[in-house]
Design a protein around this ligand. Structure first.
Ligand code: FES
Length: 408
């Protein structure tokens, strides 16, 4: 029954691609998108509002379960704004805590990863269990009426999407799977819980995080930026978009040649349940605000875009794949990751100059087209999360895309 539903959905997607390829105009009723105000990319007050009201309350990818494979193993992520420890407890649960001692705020761990039976603060020796309970305080006699139970580590919401660990600084956040809604069903064929971590590397770029994010939400730029790479095999004019609630979205771009498969992946193990549609088209999922995932049967890059400041961005590119043996990796990975980096560099190389240009008087706003509507969807969601009344009038984005959001 599920297979039938999926294939009917994919049949509809193929029909939409054919329509997109031949259309002369956007679909009837699709509005001209209003300009995105320049302030949203350059204004310090707006960017701190964005950080405070959106990023600190969003579901953000922290890492992979392979990084906490054994009870006691932990890693530290600094990408999400405040340093957070992600740890597998002795009972096997994955938890997340701010890396902040409850005495005077020293960090509990200083390395990027490790293994422990508990956390001992290096400043005055307070000790915590792996699930954050304070168990020992040096010279406790000097803290009158001290209640150990009130000094557990501050926990951070932590939930799984298969083997992918997401955290959220908002204790009242909607559960992750519920939050991504219809996308959760679409991802089932990928068996994310079974995929192993292959590689992870990062790059820093001098631009606002949205300058780079925008590039990964559209394929309008392929002919210019990726003329000798991606544009040779993807047909951007037949691309289809699905906008989902909460700012999430999907873009599917067909290959120019039907059935084309990256020759560099031939012979690599495949996720057995991936549909032919997914295997032979380029799908890119976006989990709001900063997680981009274009799956292939032989492996999936996980891209994350992190704001390090108003004009500094960290891009993390990780790979997950089926049947990966970290001790004996498939030699094809080296070339595959190198080819992926080449495409990534094409996207990154232009960004600092774009930022410089955005900061000049020549930029008053961004004019987006129908193909770029995922970017507009992103901005509409940002205003909803900030709270429209809190967004300065001059920086607001007029909401126009509600009729085009898919709730199923
Ligand atoms: Fe951690 Fe003092 S700051 S024990």
């Amino acid at each position: 029954m599920l297979d039938q539903a999926i294939s009917q959905g994919h049949k509809a997607d193929l029909d939409r691609m054919a329509w997109e390829r031949d259309r002369k105009d956007p679909p009837e009723g699709f509005p001209a998108l209003p300009s995105i105000p320049a302030a949203r990319y350059v204004d310090a007050d707006f960017l701190s509002l964005e950080q405070r009201e959106m990023w600190s309350k969003a579901w953000l990818y922290a890492g992979h379960t392979d990084q906490v494979a054994e009870p006691g193993s932990w890693f530290l992520t600094r990408n999400t704004g405040s340093p957070v420890i992600v740890v597998r407890t002795l009972s096997g649960e994955i938890r997340a805590f701010y890396n902040t001692c409850k005495h005077r705020g020293a960090p509990l761990v200083k390395e990027d990863a490790g293994s422990a039976r508990g956390f001992v603060c290096g400043y005055h020796g307070w000790s915590y269990t792996l699930d954050g309970k304070l168990t020992a305080v040096r010279d406790k006699r000097d803290f009158p009426d001290f209640d150990m139970a009130c000094h557990s580590l501050s926990s951070v919401r932590c939930e799984l999407l298969g083997s992918l660990i997401f955290i959220n600084g908002d204790p009242d956040a909607q559960p992750l799977i519920e939050h991504i809604g219809p996308m959760a069903g679409a991802l089932e064929e990928l068996q994310l819980a079974t995929l192993k971590l292959v590689d992870s590397r990062e790059y820093e770029v001098d631009c606002n995080v949205k300058v780079l994010l925008d590039a990964f939400l559209e394929v309008y730029h392929l002919k210019s930026i990726h003329e000798n790479t991606v544009d040779r095999f993807l047909d951007h004019r037949a691309m289809i978009v699905t906008l989902w609630p909460h700012g999430h979205s999907r873009m599917v771009t067909p290959n120019r040649r039907e059935g084309w498969v990256d020759p560099g992946t031939k012979g690599m193990p495949e996720i057995p349940t991936v549909s032919e549609f997914t295997a032979t088209n380029n799908i890119s999922y976006h989990i709001y605000p900063n997680f981009v995932m274009p799956p292939a049967p032989t492996g999936i890059p996980l891209l994350q875009f992190w704001p390090l400041g108003p004009r500094r961005t960290r891009v993390v590119s990780s790979w997950v794949a089926p049947d990966h043996d970290a001790a004996n990796p498939n030699p094809l990975w080296e070339t595959r990751i190198k080819n992926w980096e080449r495409i990534l560099y094409e996207d990154l190389q232009f960004a600092p100059q774009i930022q410089e240009s955005l900061e000049g008087p020549g930029f008053q706003g961004m004019s987006l087209n129908y193909q770029e509507r995922r970017i507009y969807h992103w901005h509409e969601e940002l205003d909803r999360r900030i709270g429209i009344d809190r967004v300065p009038q001059a920086a607001r984005v007029e909401p126009v895309l509600a009729p085009f959001v898919d709730h199923d």
